[in-house]
Design a binder for this molecule. Sequence first.
Ligand code: NCD
Length: 312
Amino acid sequence: MRHLLTVADLDADDLTHLLDLAENFAEVQRRDIKKVPALRGKTIVNAFFEDSTRTRTSFDLAARRLSADVVTFSAGSSAVNKGESLRDTVETISAMGVDAIVVRHASSGVPHQLTAWTDASVINAGDGWHQHPTQALLDCFTIRTHLGGLEGKRIAICGDVNHSRVARSNVDAFTKLGAEVVLVGPQSLMPASLAGWPVKVESNFDAVLPDLDVVYLLRIQNERLSSGLIPSLREYRELYGLTAARLGRLGPESLIMHPGPMNRGVEIDPEAAEDPRAVVLDQVASGVPVRMAVLYQLVGVGPIGKIAEAVA
Ligand code: NCD
């Protein structure tokens, strides 16, 4: 594996292998000194052309905890503002001798395009509505940690599926690891065609809640309102929000997940975000070991056989 562009490039064994690696790195996170020399001498550039809190910070920490040199580049403070093209920007970064470029961009397909312009490994940190593979991995890691695995688990992904790279990556990863996925939300926020999606669709949130192992809420972007896709945020919350009133329908061992940033009071009530079944901050915490695993796999010198050495 040279790049990580989409979950489609990974099979169940690849996913499991990365999650196993992440477990080794999760152990490093519990140490007093959370650093191993595995990527000493390697250089990683985080190239963020779109806003991010969680993803950028955790890629940054992941690289540092592997002892790589890391530079974080935000489009807002770069020569992109002077009109420099994406290609020139990437070739400029590459010319400095980097081993991996972690890229986030508002346009689908940019990470793939970058692979033609650089010899570095390219890692997709979210491209348009397309893919967010490390989010899928960290969500699988979180579920595995809490429920022991994904095989046979029932997971509902709720909300704005059509505009969500998280939904596309997660459906693929969850189902490859044996989970059953149901999409919940208004027709106007579902993809026009679900051909090839191994999912069921349900519009009655209350009906599915009691059978779920995981309820995964997606962020409702305000711009959906202005584009007329939902009549009002109040109505959305009533039909599809995980409200305080709905919490009683969810099983005692079920997990409440959200990739963040949350719109409290829209897709998730504050009571649900703070419920003991909510693992939103565990998802954030999983981001670091999972991204360490991805960087180690792509940039590291010795893959699985060397892991004991890497975390020693
Ligand atoms: C998501 C993203 O940016 O794709 N956030 C994240 O990376 N945790 C989801 C979102 O913005 O809705």
